[in-house]
Design a protein. Sequence first.
Length: 164
Amino acid sequence: MSADIHGLPDELLGMIFADCLQERTPLKPFYTPLLLAHVCSRWRSVALEKPALWTKITLYKEDLNVRGIVELLEMWLRLSRRKPLDVHLDVHWLDMSTWDAPSPTLPFCQDLASVLSPHCHRFRTLTGSFHVSIASLLRFSNMTSLEELDLLDVSQGLDTGYFD
């Protein structure tokens, strides 16, 4: 017996897509859910119409080198519509030889924080590690939906502690 995936209702296909998501999938063009949106026009339509697929935002330091990362983040935020967001930022620069030097990722992080800032009222979770200067851009006072906050301050090039 064989089943034709083309015969699945869009709602069921969307549920299957949601099951494909990992807890922390990097914000990159070749990862779910963007990868699913490139299979065919029907899958693209289903993926783009399911805001829950776009509510997990994970950025790692190496993602900052991805061309168009700010535009990709803006698209992710737009497609998530008004759903609560789970944000994980692990974009610290920890290099013992350059503790006194400015982080090479700091300008990129500030750009990303500026894009995220208008959406901080939708943050359900905010986890990760990044320079303390990024935190001021994220406006913690506006995070009214925040259920979990777990951040490591690496502003001194050391694990200096968690934000309260």
